[in-house]
Design a protein around this ligand. Structure first.
Ligand code: NZQ
Ligand code: ZN
Length: 393
């Protein structure tokens, strides 16, 4: 196991109706004038925004509202949010929604105190020195942004999707009420599940030996998702299944299961160009890319893929031919994604094979992806998109 620091200071407030306590937590973390940032309307329709407003009013906290965050959040709304926060002297940002809303909030949070263009952080021209505090009320189990130090944003004019990472943008608190996720359409629930599982796999496929504790934690999250996802798709109001998935989504990405080991993250990078260019759901893009990546890199460590097949998918180990076991595990993953209603190839996703050269170029990684479980050249990335184009059950 490698040396590590684990710093995850977000306070999680979990359970039924906990969102009505939001005013109290904003006060605890120093907020007095709040931007309530939300998405395309689900939080208004469900009455959640009204409950939030009333909690803030009870605590005597003033606020302004900014809705309209789209999935794959855009830089354009962030510029608007920065302007509004400066004009209104905002000192705390409350995100009410999913990963897109949280990531947009984090973009605003780093942009307000910065004199230059906030995109400098996403294009790696500047380093984050300070940020407004962010709190969240999560409405979808998926991205893990409620406990992560990451934000992913698409630049409208170029369709490039880029990220920032800093402990300064980890939410101060996140309120997780699983009941809020019961209104999610089945497809969105499935996209969330794929993203959660991908966050585990990005950590599971490691070059660090002797990491039994985090291997086993990863497997526990994956087994939970395999059990609970079909349950919530069949019974959208099943609170306990929703609760298990919601917490799985947080632990999958606050890094407790990824410490002390090298991680990969190349499937995420390769997917981000799909959701940037086609505006598809990130989880749907991962359902197409991640099994394709697995097939491409499998030979780098057949025994690790065979371990996944046996421990996660319940396959029998073929000691004479471990490669067959490894392949079987990847097939089980793809079949699972298909069965929960996700696309498994580029066509089902709405992507075009002729765009592959552009997708590779958009990675902006020059010589290729020079980190992770397996380093990938531009040709390797092209081949992963090709495998994703041809994939079938
Ligand atoms: O906008 P509204 O009306 O709220 O609708 C949303 C949106 O259409 C809807 N939704 C959310 N909660 C709902 C609901 N509909 C009904 N009932 C509810 N309770 O779901 C749709 C998707 O929302 P979004 O926020 O986009 O989903 P998700 O949480 O999957 O976020 C995806 C974004 O997160 C990024 C992705 O790249 C993508 O842009 N990621 C962020 C990460 C991070 N910051 O750490 C890591 C991830 O790997 C990921 O890259
Ligand atoms: Zn993800």
């Amino acid at each position: 196991m490698d040396n590590f620091n684990f710093y995850s200071p977000t306070e999680f407030i979990f359970g039924v109706d906990r969102e009505i306590e939001v005013g109290k937590y904003i006060k605890k973390y120093g907020g007095s004038r709040v931007l309530i940032h939300y998405g395309g309307g689900s939080a208004v329709k469900s009455g959640l925004i009204d409950r939030v407003k009333s909690s803030l009013e009870t605590e005597g906290i003033s606020y302004v509202l900014l809705g309209g965050v789209r999935p794959n959040p855009r830089d354009t709304l962030i510029y608007e949010g920065i302007k509004l926060c400066r004009k209104e002297n905002i000192d705390f940002i409350l995100s009410v929604g999913g990963g897109s809303c949280i990531d947009s909030s984090k973009g605003i949070a780093v942009g307000v105190p910065y004199e230059g263009d906030f995109w400098d952080f996403y294009s790696k021209k500047a380093e984050i020195q300070t940020a407004l505090p962010v709190g969240t009320i999560l409405t979808i189990a998926a991205a893990g942004s409620e406990g992560s130090g990451w934000s992913v944003v698409t630049q409208e004019s170029t369709k490039l999707k880029r990220d920032i990472g800093s402990d300064l943008i980890r939410p101060r608190f996140s309120i997780l009420n699983p009941a809020l996720t019961c209104t999610l359409p089945a497809f969105q629930t499935a996209c969330g599940a794929a993203d959660i599982m991908a966050h585990v796999f990005e950590r599971y496929f490691t070059n660090t030996p002797e990491v039994e504790i985090t291997d086993r934690l990863c497997e526990a999250v994956l087994l939970t998702m395999i059990k609970e996802t079909p349950r919530v798709i069949a019974q959208p109001d099943n609170y306990d299944a929703r609760a298990n998935i919601m917490w799985a989504g947080t632990v999958a990405h606050n890094d407790i299961i990824g410490v002390g080991r090298s991680q990969d993250w190349n499937s995420h990078g390769i997917e981000h160009e799909l959701s940037g260019l086609y505006d598809c759901a990130h989880g749907a893009g991962l359902a197409v890319i991640m099994p394709a990546w697995m097939e491409f890199v499998m030979n780098h460590n057949i025994m690790r893929f065979a371990q996944m097949a046996v421990r996660v998918w319940g396959c029998e180990m073929n000691f004479e031919n471990p490669e067959l076991t490894a392949r079987r595990g990847i097939q089980c993953f793809r079949r699972f994604l298909h069965d929960i209603g996700l696309p498994i190839n580029l066509y089902e996703l709405g992507a075009k094979e002729e765009d592959i050269p552009l997708l590779v170029k958009n990675q902006g990684v020059g010589e290729g992806r020079t980190w992770g479980f397996v380093r990938l050249s531009a040709d390797d990335i092209t081949e992963i998109y090709n495998i994703a184009a041809r994939a079938k059950i």
